[in-house]
Design a protein around this ligand. Sequence first.
Ligand code: MG
Length: 378
Amino acid sequence: MSFSAVIVAAGGGTRAGPGLAKQWRTVAGKPVLRWSVEALLAAGARQLVVVVSEDGEAPAAEALRGLTGWTTARGGSTRSVSVYNGLRAIQGPEDEPVLIHDAARPFVTAAHVRGLLIGLIDADGAIPALPVADTLKRQDGDRLRTTPRDGLWRAQTPQAFRRGRLVDAYHDWRADEPTDDAQVMEAHHGRVVLVPGDPMLMKLTFPEDFDMAERLAGATRVTRIGQGFDAHRWGPGEAVWLCGVRIDHHQTLIGHSDADAGLHALTDALLGAIGEGDIGDHFPPTDPKWKGASSDLFLEHAAALVAAKGGRILNVDVTLICERPKIKPHRQAMRERLAAILGLPLDRVSVKATTTEGMGFTGRGEGLAAQAVAAVEM
Ligand code: MG
């Protein structure tokens, strides 16, 4: 079903504390406004108007960089004027549904939109609402009264309307500033229905709401797994680098860089978890720049890519496969080195070792192999 949307992002949001207006702040590394714009575009909005104040044009462009399919309209002195200006910027059939949404509710989804559009089929307006669960008190001077909560609902956004009906309703509105758009439709004798609300449609109002939003954003994240494998051949030498630790040994591993198979396998595991190719794509062995390079660099680069994608490394696990040198005496130093490079607590970093009981190329002492897995939340 075709629909358009107006997102109101023109407010100053003074209750959210000093600093940037709340729609420009970030939740889980993403601007608050961008959460809603991405979600409504993904839900299929035909036209999406973001209402901003005069000095909101630049931060909106910054927050929505790279997204297409949205335009801005200029906000007014009150929310209702801003909504009206946004409505007037929408073109198309008058009876097409329009969703009015507050930028400060970042966790709207396509499922919310579907529920509203279905609710709107035989109504002039459909709004998400939650029953009031807490006991309500009214303070009258020093007297406290309990207010019955039966039949009381908390209205959220987005709210869906027949666009022509809402424009008419706003045109006729003469009372004080309404607290939502459904109020305007109700006054216009429009039929507004409730659809199930969702705690995820919380509004960012006070500074502490941002802490809650960060936790809820965590609930929208997924865990991704990557695995890596590497092997290098033994050659003459006096020491070997494994998992960022130098171990005295009568041989060394041969390679273009320092041949640290543990770090290479782990770097590939991280790249795999975020779908960023493999270590050879990022550090071509044909590039003389990486000759003899410390493989710490490779792992640091992969960790930085994870962070740049908004990801967080949950844990890593490396297995070294060789007969010699004995890994166990160095295992703790390796864990500490990996933890330092990745900025992880030690209990999220594991290094294990095994032999292949004399079998295969590791068993015959021709080379050393390493396997790694990494879990990333993003
Ligand atoms: Mg390698």
